[in-house]
Design a binder for this molecule. Structure first.
Ligand code: DC
Length: 231
């Protein structure tokens, strides 16, 4: 895949709840890159599928979902007050909705559908061709931008990741048990790395960042050092 213009592309892939988005957002603001959360895009499609009643007992009504995809406009806006990037679906604020357990439970099933992936990958490539980006996801370095300038792969044990996710949800006032969160983390790992289309995998040229061994600030400094070495 050849990019039309020369923009800097930083890919941050890895397991769920390894702090990908936290470090990617900090790096984006320090280096003046645009941050793109591709997981949020899969979550928006999942929210829409749930709202339309297209997921029943883990089964997706695919042809109906395919028909409605072109009506979905996914946008991100930076909120100056909260310092957060927030997700919009056709102009509606959906940031909190897409982070809840209902969407989290179903999102891996939606992310395993080939036409959903090609629809979103096309938009992600378009975003990276227009401006320099740091993009977090599962297949950025392997599929979306195999020629990304720098690729990171983030990892940590399932327990550390579940603990992190549990705290995040509790802080947001969402009621869950730790066991439920850990089960969800493990289930998503399994589905994400075993699906047929674009499974989560570490590419040979990716730099591994182990979230269990470094603080956020150490990770950020390490990653910025690697990025700066490229330009
Ligand atoms: O990063 P996250 O937990 O918000 O991602 C939500 C889901 O979407 C997760 O199950 C993996 C999937 N995903 C994917 O398949 N490809 C991406 N580029 C990003 C996320």
């Amino acid at each position: 895949m050849n990019r039309k213009s020369k923009t800097l592309i930083v890919a941050v892939d890895g397991y769920s709840s390894t702090g990908k988005s936290t470090v990617a957002k900090i790096i984006a603001s320090r280096l003046g890159l645009t941050y793109i959360d591709t997981g949020a895009m899969y979550r928006v499609v999942t929210l829409e599928a749930l709202r339309r009643g297209l997921i029943e007992e883990g089964k997706v009504k695919k042809s109906e979902l395919q028909k409605c995809l072109n009506d979905l406009h996914i946008g991100f806006k930076y909120n100056q007050e909260t310092g957060r990037y927030e997700t919009y679906l056709n102009g509606e604020y959906v940031e909190d909705r897409i982070r809840g357990m209902e969407v989290s439970r179903q999102v891996s099933v939606i992310a395993a559908i080939d036409f959903v992936r090609s629809f979103l990958v096309e938009q992600q490539r378009e975003m990276g061709s227009q401006e320099s980006v740091i993009m977090d996801g599962r297949d950025i370095g392997s599929v979306v931008f195999p020629d990304a300038d720098v690729k990171f792969f983030m990892t940590a044990s399932p327990e550390i990741r579940a603990e992190r996710r549990y705290k995040e949800l509790i802080d947001k006032g969402i009621k869950v048990s730790y066991e439920e969160v850990e089960a969800n983390v493990r289930e998503r790992d399994y589905i994400d790395s075993h699906r047929e289309v674009s499974p989560l995998r570490q590419t040979e040229d990716a730099i591994v960042v182990d979230h269990s061994r470094m603080t956020i600030e150490e990770e950020v400094e390490f990653m910025i050092g690697k990025i700066k070495a490229k330009y």
